[in-house]
Structure formats: structure tokens, C-alpha cells
Design a protein around this ligand. Structure first.
Ligand code: AMP
Length: 224
């Protein structure tokens, strides 16, 4: 008889060492165990690494960045903020909603910032001190240029569906946004494909990124 393959790492949210508040939120959401991308991203993210995660929609990628953000990276009594950039308003809204649920028992406000909606409401939420800002590149750049969003506390950057953002023509906005962010920050990049254009973004804007492949079984240097 052959032994079943031994899975590495934590198999449950408890084993990942999540806070009581986030475990409660996950149980209310009905999430019983981490998906592979969540299980593998968490330790790297909380250790402070920049990561490139090759992942498709449906793999739990929102949780893969949302859980470490609300659990450890954003501290309740600190002032650091996270900026999540997504290619579409639907995705920006969806991520904001999911992260609000994940952080429901921690004092972390989330705002979605996207085009075609009132600037005023977004400015109000930003002024009130939202700690997680989920938006589309055009509108986020707009807020940064007008000074209605302050980049100095944006210590965490998530590029969600990075390949889609590039193929939709947001490269210029992305670079303009990232150039305004603090140099000392952590960047988490999620993309279904990791081609040369993505590697160029990583090379230019990320610090020694760790790479997590699709199967979740190879973590390593990307060789860029
Ligand atoms: P995503 O890949 O982030 O778009 O997630 C796909 C769907 O799976 C979403 O509806 C999530 O709410 C759900 N989901 C993500 N992670 C988990 C999990 N660990 N357990 C159950 N459902 C999950």
C-alpha cells in the first residue's frame, strides 16, 4: 500500500494562527478551510514578503490577500492603509465587500473607489479614515492628483488581476499611482498569467518578490 501524499503547511484557518476575530468572521461567512492559494499566501504575506501569485478567479484569491491584510498587516491602532487596484468596478466592489466581511470584527473600514460614482461619498469615506481602499486605477489616480487621497500611509499595495489591468490599458495609470506610493511598502500581485509584461512590473515596482505558482506547490524566486 502506498502512503497518501503528505500535504505541507496548515490545513485549517486555526493552524494558520489567525486571530479570534477573523476566525469568527470566517465562520460567519461559512468558510471552513483555506483554499490552497490562501494557505500558501498567508505565511509569506505576514512575513512581509512581496509576492507574485499566479491565480484565477474562483480560487479564493480575494481571501488570499484579504485575510493577511485584516488579520495582521493592518493594525487596529496603527494608521497604515492598503490600496487594492482592480481592473473593473465590479471587482473593486466585490473585493471591498469581501474584505469588509473578513474584517467585520476588527476595527477596519473599507471603501470602494471607482469611476462613474459620486466623488463626494468616496471623499467622505476617505476622510473618515478607511484603512482598506479598493479601487480602479483611473479613479484612484484622480483622487491622488486632487489630494483627496493621501498616499503617505499606503504601506500595502495589492494588484488584483494585474494581467487584466495591463491588457485593459491601465499600465500608465498603474505606474503613475505606484510612483506616488511610499517606497517602503509591501506589494502583493495576483495574476492569472505571469508573462513578460507582469515581470516588468515586478522588476520595476517590487522588492525581491516570492513567486507562488498555480498549483500552489512551488514557492520560489521568479528569476527576474
Ligand atoms: P475569488 O477567487 O476570490 O473570486 O473567490 C471565489 C469564491 O469563493 C467567492 O465567492 C468567495 O467568497 C469564495 N471563497 C473564497 N475562499 C473560500 C473558502 N476558504 N471557503 C469557502 N469559500 C471561499
Amino acid at each position: 500500500m502506498t502512503e497518501p501524499p503528505q500535504e505541507e503547511g496548515a490545513q485549517t484557518f486555526e493552524e494558520l494562527g489567525l486571530s479570534k476575530e477573523v476566525l469568527t468572521a470566517l465562520s460567519e461567512m461559512g468558510w471552513e478551510s483555506p483554499t490552497p492559494v490562501q494557505r500558501d499566501s498567508y505565511p509569506l504575506a505576514i512575513a512581509g514578503h512581496d509576492i507574485i501569485v499566479q491565480s484565477r478567479t474562483g480560487t479564493g484569491k480575494t481571501g488570499a490577500f484579504g485575510i493577511p491584510l485584516v488579520d495582521k498587516l493592518i493594525t487596529e491602532d496603527g494608521d497604515e492603509q492598503a490600496l487594492i487596484l482592480a481592473p473593473t468596478r465590479e471587482l473593486a466592489l466585490q473585493s471591498a465587500a469581501e474584505i469588509a466581511k473578513l474584517g467585520a470584527h476588527r476595527n477596519i473600514d473599507t471603501v470602494a473607489v471607482y469611476g462613474g460614482a459620486s466623488m463626494e461619498r468616496q471623499v467622505h469615506a476617505l476622510e473618515k479614515g478607511a484603512r482598506v481602499i479598493s479601487g480602479t486605477p483611473g479613479r484612484v489616480l484622480d483622487h491622488l492628483k486632487r489630494g483627496t487621497m493621501n498616499a503617505s500611509k499606503l504601506r500595502f499595495l495589492v494588484l488584483d488581476e494585474a494581467d487584466e489591468m495591463l491588457s485593459m490599458g491601465f499600465a500608465k495609470e498603474l505606474h503613475a499611482i505606484i510612483e506616488r506610493l511610499p517606497k517602503k511598502r509591501q506589494t502583493l500581485l495576483f495574476s492569472a498569467t505571469v508573462d513578460r509584461a507582469i515581470k516588468r512590473v515586478a522588476e520595476k515596482h517590487m522588492h525581491d518578490p516570492q513567486f507562488l505558482g498555480l498549483s500552489g506547490d512551488h514557492v520560489g524566486a521568479l528569476g527576474i
